[in-house]
Design a protein around this ligand. Structure first.
Ligand code: HEM
Length: 405
């Protein structure tokens, strides 16, 4: 039975969870006549599609629009064997030692922001910390100046991420293309300077971008346009996603003071609490694959080359995997909790997951050193485009800690 599913409605963006449940029960495979793409809602179906890279290709991009043959196949848009070679080239930037080495810098940045927030103490949590930290981290990784370029980068990422799911909207589509041109013009000379150093036998640096410049795939340097796409993808993939995770953490805690009290009483629950926020508020609703052969999804005959959206956010609310899925419970069994699909699964599973978790953890830890809690000043404003899920604006009043640590 076909059920209405409007991915672009404000209603869905404000409360996707009930819609996801309805779809799981009534229409686990959906075809949108309007946009001509398919959606998959149940955990087991999504998992089996993600694991079948032969049938379901990533090559045509993670969004609903079909990436053209000229666009560079990079990571999330690459299939094996190229994908594994590219991933190998960047693994060192995401190994546990590298992530651990980033922690002091992250903590210093967060401490300084939190001290400023303590002086306010009414603020928008998104503006003061959730938007800033992930962008600061990405700037370090891509070796670009945060202080100088933050506002500009934030605006670009907003327009590009927003536009990924909005190609049917002419204005947004054009805006996205314009912003991408800006980003390419911004990164082009920066990347070229690193390539020139590498060619001259000099070390371009030990940041992630330099790692890609120094990498050799099948004995060849990574082509310039691929490095550009790497940079653009990392900028977008690593910032807004982590921003919404941090925002959702505080948003959830304000909606569930009993869980906040539990965390205050036992801060060792923090890792689990972050995982539960990831589960219940998947920062990315869903991403796409394209089928290489005709397939059948439930009763639907899906022609070859169709765009199929895997709804991570829906899988996370599947009662076959998570008991009482709509209940926010930071004491859920950690092993079950880790079955959430917010970071995807299989070969394309998010390589930045541990970094995102660390960023959120440091924010909460530094928050707990200074504040007892927070209360809403105005209702949360959700992210305005269906690319991401979580707060866009989160105005709060902070309660200073009675006995500062
Ligand atoms: C809460 C934060 C984050 C969420 C929810 C998230 C979500 C995801 C998801 C769902 C995928 C899988 C894509 C697919 O299967 O099509 C993915 C892939 C990826 N993410 Fe993240 N991400 C986050 C943070 C980050 C960060 C901080 C970085 C880097 C700094 C990052 C870099 C990547 C990369 C490089 C891939 C592609 C992996 C591949 O194709 O092999 N992500 N992410």
């Amino acid at each position: 039975m076909a059920t209405e599913f409007d991915f672009y409605s404000d209603e869905f963006q404000l409360d996707p969870s009930h819609k996801f449940q309805e779809m799981q029960e009534q229409c686990p495979f959906h075809h949108s006549e309007k946009f001509d793409w398919y959606s998959v809602f149940r955990h087991k179906d999504i998992t089996s599609i993600v694991r079948d890279n032969e049938t379901y290709s990533a090559r045509f991009g993670p969004g609903p629009d079909r990436a053209t043959a000229e666009s560079a196949p990079v990571l999330v848009s690459a299939d094996p064997p190229l994908h594994s070679k590219q991933k190998k080239a960047i693994t060192a930037a995401f190994n546990p030692q590298t992530i651990a080495a980033m922690e002091p810098g992250i903590r210093a940045f967060v401490s300084q922001r939190m001290d400023a927030m303590a002086e306010m103490p009414e603020c928008d949590l998104m503006v003061e910390i959730a938007d800033q930290l992930p962008m600061w981290v990405i700037c370090k990784m891509l070796d670009i100046p945060f202080d100088q370029d933050y506002e500009k980068l934030l605006m670009w990422v907003d327009a590009i991420a927003g536009g990924v799911f909005s190609d049917h909207d002419e204005e947004m589509h054009q805006q996205r293309l314009d912003m991408m041109t800006n980003v390419y013009n911004y990164f082009g000379p920066h990347i070229q300077a690193k390539i020139d150093l590498d060619k001259a036998g000099k070390d371009p640096g030990d940041d992630l971008l330099s790692l890609i410049v120094k990498a050799r795939i099948d004995g060849e340097p990574v082509p310039f346009n691929h490095i550009l796409s790497f940079a653009l993808f990392l900028l977008v993939a690593g910032s807004g996603t982590t921003t919404t995770l941090i925002g959702s953490f505080f948003n959830r805690m304000m909606a569930h003071p009993d869980q906040w009290e539990k965390l205050l009483a036992d801060p060792a629950l923090l890792d689990n609490a972050i995982e539960e926020v990831l589960r219940i508020d998947s920062p990315v609703h869903g991403l796409f694959r394209t089928n290489n052969v005709p397939v059948k999804l439930g009763d639907l005959d899906v022609p070859v080359d169709s765009k199929i959206c895997l709804m991570w956010g829906s899988a996370n609310l599947d009662p076959e995997v998570f008991e009482n899925p709509l209940e926010f419970d930071i004491t859920r069994d950690a092993k079950v909790l880790r079955k959430h699909l917010s970071f995807g699964t299989g070969i394309h599973a998010c390589i930045g997951g541990p970094l995102a978790r660390l960023e959120c953890k440091v924010v909460v830890e530094e928050f707990l050193k200074r504040f007892d809690g927070m209360e809403r000043m105005e209702p949360m404003v959700p992210y305005p485009y269906p690319t991401l899920h979580g707060p866009y604006k989160l105005p709060v009043r902070l309660t200073a800690k009675k006995h500062a640590a």
